[in-house]
Design a protein around this ligand. Structure first.
Ligand SMILES: [Zn+2]
Length: 438
């Protein structure tokens, strides 16, 4: 998210023209001999860690708090391109067998290289989880009781290769180390291009999951099977839920619960400034092949979100560091304080909201027909939860099983109907008519 050209074409052209005029004025006033290049804000190294330092800080936290944090590094590659992703797991009782019974949350930061503030937020959240930093106005006892029920996996920097390009001076780079947008490389509605498609921004890759980073994230999500997925970006202030590839939200109670949760976060932590709704419906453009749509539709994460935590709409379109990241200390601190508090609200309310969904679903299922799709999804989800990593096979087979099941049901109904009509021969037409609605 946080696409560079999210303005309407008209206002974008007006901005470009104003910017060009200002440049001319500057040049005229300053004399024609001394052409100064347009001033773009450089990375503020007093506020921001380099990728190397940030990961070192995180390793330090893990090292100092082995009772709460563990870290794994995953590597993958193809066609001469390699990538690695570090995953930090927070669990107060680090017993593997407890993981499945707890409420599971998966957070990803830094999927786009230029959005440095998101990776700083990852570090802040991990510092609070390890109790080296604290949230104001939060009672430690209630925080601990919330955290006892959770396993949180944090990917602090999903796109390390892209981030290194940004640090080397390409401040507008959002794609990975070989020019693919990692938030367009997933399989839901992959590869569809809008009229204003710009490969510099949104290159989806040669195929769904062509990129090692996306492959690793998919594996992680499928094996962890989270209840909450949160993809953290910057470029604007928004709380998005599915879908990104169409301008509607999903139907039903889970979608309603997601919206309620976002409204609460907006009220408590965003002073109601944040845009809320489907990514595709709210942001002004559709995004195809995004991580959040995949998490919701395929991994069946009941609460899947994309948060946009900061944006400077006044920054010129090429001044990417300023557009996507706070540049002064007070804004930097405000963003980290507000959003880390927002995450802890999610940690607290998420399990409660999901409980609401489950209890209401089970009550309503008693007095209404369950659709075949719901029944099968429920059945396959059960199996998936039990066997964890078998998901991919089930995912492929799901469509076929549904089709066979429908055919089977249809033929059974027909047979029953034929059977009943034979039995009813000789009886009055009225009796047959009264039997049809049953
Ligand atoms: Zn982004």
């Amino acid at each position: 998210m946080g696409r560079l050209f999210s303005l309407s074409p008209c206002s974008f052209l007006i901005r470009i023209s104003i910017f060009a005029c200002l440049q001319v004025i500057v040049v005229v006033n300053g004399g024609t001999t001394n052409l100064t290049p347009p001033s773009f804000t450089p990375i503020n190294h007093d506020l921001y860690h380099s990728s190397g330092n940030l990961m070192e800080e995180i390793k330090g936290l893990v090292h100092r708090h082995p009772n709460k944090l563990t870290m794994d590094t995953i590597k993958a590659g193809n066609k001469g391109y390699g990538a690695e992703i570090s995953v930090v797991t927070y669990s107060r009782e680090r017993r593997e067998r407890d993981e499945r019974s707890k409420f599971r949350i998966l957070l990803s930061f830094g999927q786009h290289g230029r959005e440095l503030i998101t990776t700083e937020l990852a570090l802040r959240i991990l510092s609070i989880l390890s109790e080296e930093k604290f949230l104001p106005n939060i009672d430690p006892a209630s925080l601990n009781s919330t955290l006892d029920k959770l396993v949180i996996k944090v990917v602090p920097m999903e796109n390390l290769n892209g981030r290194k390009l940004v640090e080397a001076g390409d401040l507008c780079e959002r794609r990975n180390g070989r020019g693919v947008d990692l938030n367009r490389n997933w399989s839901v509605d992959w590869g569809k291009k809008e009229k204003d498609y710009d490969p510099y921004e949104e290159n989806p890759g040669t195929a769904p999951f062509s990129e090692p980073e996306t492959q690793m994230m998919r594996k992680l999500a499928i094996s962890f099977d989270p209840h909450v997925w949160l993809n953290v970006h910057s470029g604007m202030e928004a709380l998005f839920m599915p879908y990104d590839h169409k301008n509607t939200t999903p139907d039903g109670l889970p979608s309603h619960q997601m919206k309620l949760l976002l409204e609460e976060v907006n009220h408590l932590h965003c002073q109601k400034r944040c845009m809320i709704g489907s990514g595709g419906g709210s942001v002004g453009y559709l995004a195809h092949g995004t991580a959040t749509d995949y998490m919701y539709d395929i991994v069946r994460v009941p609460m899947a979100f994309t948060f946009e935590i900061y944006g400077d709409g006044t920054a010129s379109s090429k001044d990417c560091f300023k557009m996507f990241n706070p540049t002064d200390l007070s804004t930097f601190n405000r963003v980290l304080n507000e959003w880390s508090a927002a995450f802890f609200t999610i940690f607290k309310l998420g399990p409660y909201q999901l409980g609401e969904i489950n209890s209401k679903m089970s009550v309503s299922n008693l007095d209404k027909w369950v659709s075949i799709d719901d029944y099968l999804n429920g059945y396959l989800m059960e199996r998936r939860n039990r066997y964890g990593k078998k998901m991919e096979v089930l995912e492929l087979g799901m469509q076929e099983i549904r089709t066979y099941f429908r055919l089977f049901l249809l033929s059974s109904v027909l047979l029953m109907f034929m059977f009943c009509s034979r039995i009813s021969k000789g009886k009055s037409t009225r009796q047959i008519v009264s039997a049809i609605p049953l």
